[in-house]
Structure formats: C-alpha cells, structure tokens
Design a protein around this ligand. Structure first.
Ligand SMILES: [Zn+2]
Length: 104
C-alpha cells in the first residue's frame, strides 16, 4: 500500500513536470519572445500599432499559459508568495510534491 502511494506521488510530480515543459515551450517562451520584440520594436523600426499587437499576443499567450499551469493535486496555480512559482518543488497550496528527485 505504501509503495502505491509513493508511486502515485511520483507519477503526479512527473506529470506536472511534463505539463510545465509543454506550457513553457508553447506559451511562456513564445510569450516572452513577443514581449521582447514589442519592447525592442522602436529599435527595430516596427510601427507602434504592430508593437501593440505583438505585445497583446504575448500577453494572451502568457495568460493562457498561466491559466493552464495548475497543480495536478489541488488544481490551483503553484504560488511562491505573491507570484507564480515556475519551478516548484512542491505545491504552495496543498503541499503536493511537484518535482521528484532525479526526475526531469
Ligand atoms: Zn496543490
């Protein structure tokens, strides 16, 4: 019984890390890239209207990613104080282990 409980915790942590990787690749990295492009837009001679659109798309990507970024145990966003914890060892809300030792 104890073994299956540990297996369950490990599976949950591995699943969370897979989710975290997927969201980072699909939302957080593209979102940050668009923010940087929007900020650097004046240097790159990008028209202001395009900069605003790029910024908004980046903002939407980050927001959607943050909404999907949830603890598999309590279904709430892992938090670090007031902000989102993007690399949590455990859930700040329910204490579930979210990063298993020796697992990527
Ligand atoms: Zn939780």
């Amino acid at each position: 019984m104890a073994t299956s409980g540990v297996d369950y915790m490990r599976e949950r942590a591995v699943a969370f890390q897979a989710l975290r990787k997927r969201l980072t690749a699909r939302y957080f990295v593209p979102g940050m890239a668009l923010f940087l492009i929007a900020i650097a837009g004046s240097l790159l001679a990008i028209p202001e209207s395009v900069q605003i659109v790029v910024f908004l798309v980046g903002f939407i990507l980050m927001t959607v990613g943050a909404i999907k970024y949830r603890c598999p145990s309590c279904d709430r966003t892992p938090r670090d104080g007031d902000g989102i914890d993007f690399n949590p060892k455990s859930c700040g809300n329910c204490g579930a282990i979210l990063r298993w030792p020796n697992e990527v």
